[in-house]
Design a protein around this ligand. Structure first.
Ligand code: C2E
Ligand code: MG
Ligand code: MG
Ligand code: MG
Length: 286
């Protein structure tokens, strides 16, 4: 039973010999405690219109400080574990709620149109929980679904894609924007772009980080921008770290971008301070 399991957990956990605290089981156990005790953080990374320099929205990114190991655990490590557990629904529920709280606070402070992007996992598209969560949060906060964007990767559509397509189409019908995340890393099929209601293409940072003039990566990025434009989709370039890369992207007429050149993901208060300093000028300093 639960108490017994807990005892064994504590016993083995206190006796570190031979037990790896990074082991996925213990990691997930500690993540669960963090989620249940409201100890997770949301950070927000600005998305910038590369043409005008204005800040059009943020991507909400989960942050977990593992108090046991006294370090930040990277989402790339724990999200895949969480996805394989039943915790993914409550996590996404939490993320959507924090994203909408952010939006409400942002509009109170800055009274402007703004967009918040939330990452969904493959598993979130396999049942209707996310639709229910969305209904509840929009009722609670008054946020308009049109102010939200959901980012999904194409792995969501591999295997039996019927249900993911249904859920995604419902989100789109409700007015949400839908971005295809991590474009350029997986097996994106023309078919997904053909059949699914994507409104934006997010080009993965792996193509961007060391972008150089005349490179194959540059040609791929430029061609992807053209393709998105033809499909009337927005393009968001991820991983813009240097002004050299920004200049190249401007030559390729990229629409929107995010990256450390502008800002990393920040806690809500820090984001507001950053926004005041940068947006007041109508432009990002770069
Ligand atoms: P993603 O959705 O592709 O998010 C972009 C990642 O790139 C973020 O990493 C962000 O911090 C990082 N990044 C942004 N600008 C730069 C840059 O200029 N240079 C470099 N090197 N990196 C940059 P993060 O926050 O560690 O998240 C990693 C992944 O974990 C995300 O990739 C997403 O797939 C997943 N993730 C994060 N938060 C959530 C969440 O709330 N829910 C779900 N389901 N997944 C999440
Ligand atoms: Mg994303
Ligand atoms: Mg991405
Ligand atoms: Mg990614």
């Amino acid at each position: 039973n639960e108490a017994h399991r807990r005892n064994i957990h504590n016993l083995r956990y206190n006796d570190r010999e031979g037990i790896d605290p990074e082991h996925s089981y213990w990691l997930l156990e500690r993540f669960k405690s963090a989620l249940e005790s409201n100890a997770l953080d949301m950070h927000f990374q600005p998305q910038v219109c590369l043409n005008t320099g204005s800040i059009i929205g943020v991507e909400a990114l989960i942050r977990w400080y593992d108090t046991e190991l006294e370090k930040w655990q990277p989402p790339d490590i724990f999200i895949p574990l969480v996805e394989q557990s039943s915790l993914i629904s409550p996590l996404t529920d939490y993320v959507i709620n924090r994203a909408c709280d952010f939006l409400v606070a942002f509009k109170e402070n800055f009274a402007s149109t703004f967009k918040v992007s939330v990452n969904l996992s493959v598993k979130n598209l396999q049942d209707e929980t996310v639709l229910k969560a969305l209904e509840n949060v929009t009722k609670r906060t008054g946020v308009n679904v049109g102010e939200l964007e959901f980012e999904v990767t194409e792995t969501a559509f591999m295997g039996d894609a019927r249900l993911p397509k249904v859920i995604l189409s419902k989100l789109a019908e409700l007015g949400a924007s839908i971005a295809l995340d991590d474009f350029g890393t997986g097996y994106t099929s023309i078919n997904y772009l053909r059949e699914l209601p994507f409104t934006a293409l997010k080009i993965d940072k792996s193509l961007i980080l060391n972008l150089s003039e005349g490179s194959k990566e540059y040609k791929l990025v430029a061609a992807s921008i053209k393709m998105a434009e033809a499909l009337e989709m927005d393009v968001v370039i991820e991983g813009i770290e240097t002004s050299e890369v920004l200049n190249l992207l401007n030559i390729a007429e990229a629409g929107f971008g995010q990256g450390y050149l502008f800002s990393k993901a920040l806690p809500q208060d820090e984001f507001f301070t950053w926004y005041k300093q940068n947006y007041q000028k109508g432009m990002i300093v770069r």
